[in-house]
Design a protein around this ligand. Sequence first.
Ligand code: GLC
Length: 587
Amino acid sequence: MTTTWWSHALFYQVYPRSFRDSDGDGVGDLDGVTTKLDYLKALGVDAIWLNPVMVSPMADNGYDVADPRDVDPLFGGIEALDRLTDAAHRLGMKVTMDLVPNHTSSQHPWFQAALAASPGSDQRERYIFRDGSGPGGIHPPNNWVSIFGGPAWTRVVEADGNPGQWYLHLFDAEQPDLNWENPEVFDDLEKTLRFWLERGIDGFRIDVAHGMAKPPGLPDMEVIRAEVLLADMDDDPRFNNEGVHEIHRRIRSVFNDYPDAVAIGEVWVYDNEQFSRYVRDDELHLGFNFRLLRAKFDAVDIRGAIENSMTAAAMADAVPTWTLANHDVDREPTRYGGGPVGQARARAMALVMLALPGAVFIYNGEELGLPNVELPDEALRDPVWERSGHTRRGRDACRVPVPWEGDTPPFGFSDNTDTWLPLPREWAELTVEKQLDDPDSTLAFYRRAIELRHSRPEFSGAVIEWLESPADGLTFRVSGGAVCALNAGARSMVLPEGEVLLASGELVESMSKDVAGVPLGIMVENSVMPAMGNAVGMHLPPAVTDVYHSGLVLPLLVSGLFIAVLGALLPAGWAAKTRTAAALRSE
Ligand code: GLC
């Protein structure tokens, strides 16, 4: 496995509409991102991933690209991207962009030309046009459904004014799928790749990287959970077809001319062997692995997700990737139960993720512990809402803009109070400004965890070793060094011995050495763990070995325990504590 800047990088996903608005139109933009680069640097970000900023009518917030080689004026145009890239590079951060090869916008000149041309023409050959089935072609060519809801086919009106062929769109009708069997399609993508890489972009996140190739004859699908956005699609004819690997090999051959650039695929494929094929050494450098994101807050599930992710990457000698959130899924505090419980669980999971070897991706606002926002119907913007006939609310709840400062919405995100999605009043407590002032904030916690990840050598390693752990707990050692312990259960857990480097919540001291399995409220007195220090200082917390030796337990909250601890273990001490843990398990 070759090691490069991205092998252990911390990527930060910027959803440009929602990060920072510099021109007062209520929508975030690239100059807005540039104004916040110092914040990202202080957080410990190695590379930014920008969701699509290319020219787009924004039917799917930029995933409908009308000109792949220019930046939309909404985001400030191409000069704003140059400014951002230059400034990020000066600070030592890389900038990666989103690339959308599966489809274009319906406003793309190619698709407009295809609509104006006749069936069988070269223009139509760039997309997937077919005659309909049934008398007069009134039914779609097959039964595929769109990921966003409704049929995956839309019928066009031909030049003579009559209903004519159908075109395929796995997503919105404004996102026609390209025909990857047409060599012009790759040639154009190559132009796009070289255009941005020459301009100084450090790589791409490749959208729907398990899409693109379609199966011969476009056979019907079994319509089970077909509309669940990016669900398990291993056996779905719409995705993960054999031909996609040849496309990735061709894309990789372009990247090989830019050896420092990284290609990261969005690969919603769950079979380990199938997944590993995307990250072979002549395909993608990295594949997004969504297992951790999909795992329930359950020790067995989480361990399975980690093991499978490591296995799949190892099968191709590739670097594993980790992510808990993105612009398509519910935010973690909400997913893990909401309220203080969800927050505590999200922090614990962040520590687990940040202790794992490989590349980590965090999504803007994750470091603030932002939950989903309950938006009124009239505020919804995601095409999923309309296409599903108002049965699915879509992904807006996780896309609400970042709160920066002040006491009232939009909390410094924009000068305009009419933001593209409204920020809730309650976020006054979650602003960056507030959290920077609070050493116990989620932001302070993320900064410390990331700093540890960067500063300790074991986190540049590639292995983890599972250590014995109580039921409902997970304990692993990272590349022979630090140990991460997670308690995902409803009972207290004795920590392994060693210096606590960081805990995701307050630790408490046991009054008894023999607390196995006993609810905390009865057995322990209150916290003895010193506060974790201000994030700006970024130094290791004082060692708390004494406290640790006296038998720390992880605290019990009403409906479950949710804390992760990162500690540096003394191997000798560990043996003794393993017995304690084993005893816990057997009770
Ligand atoms: C990817 C993106 C998602 C988008 C879809 C269609 O899954 O992450 O946001 O809607 O592709 O491009």
